[in-house]
Write a new protein. Structure first.
Length: 115
């Protein structure tokens, strides 16, 4: 993945027009969504479930400027269909995603504490 910040604060600031309370609320919602959608990603899931969870997390991530998480989700979305549905490959991508989500959520919590 890239060497960018875990959360693109310039993007997020434009999104919330500098309102720190709104930023923190959105980051809190992102944290909840990241947890929920990551738990729904099962390497043995049917394609629709896998793709929907990856797509939803991609949207939530890109909304807050968590580009790396969004990029991993975009990769995960492609792992469907007879040729691409591979539980081992999905497991590798899921572990990469979980690690990046953990790092990003830690940054979200740090940002919210700073206020």
């Amino acid at each position: 993945m890239s060497n960018t910040a875990l959360i693109d604060l310039e993007h997020l600031d434009r999104y919330v027009s500098g309102d720190v309370a709104l930023r923190d609320e959105i980051l809190s919602i992102f944290e909840e969504q990241a947890d929920m959608w990551t738990r729904m990603l099962d390497p043995n899931a049917e394609d629709a479930i896998w793709k929907d969870a990856a797509h939803a997390l991609k949207g939530a991530s890109r909304g807050v400027g968590a580009w790396d998480v969004g990029d991993i989700c975009a990769e995960a979305e492609k792992l469907i269909g007879h040729e691409r549905r591979d539980a081992v490959r999905r497991s590798v991508v899921l572990e990469e995603l979980r690690q990046k989500v953990r790092e990003t959520v830690a940054e979200v919590r740090r940002l919210r504490q700073l206020g």
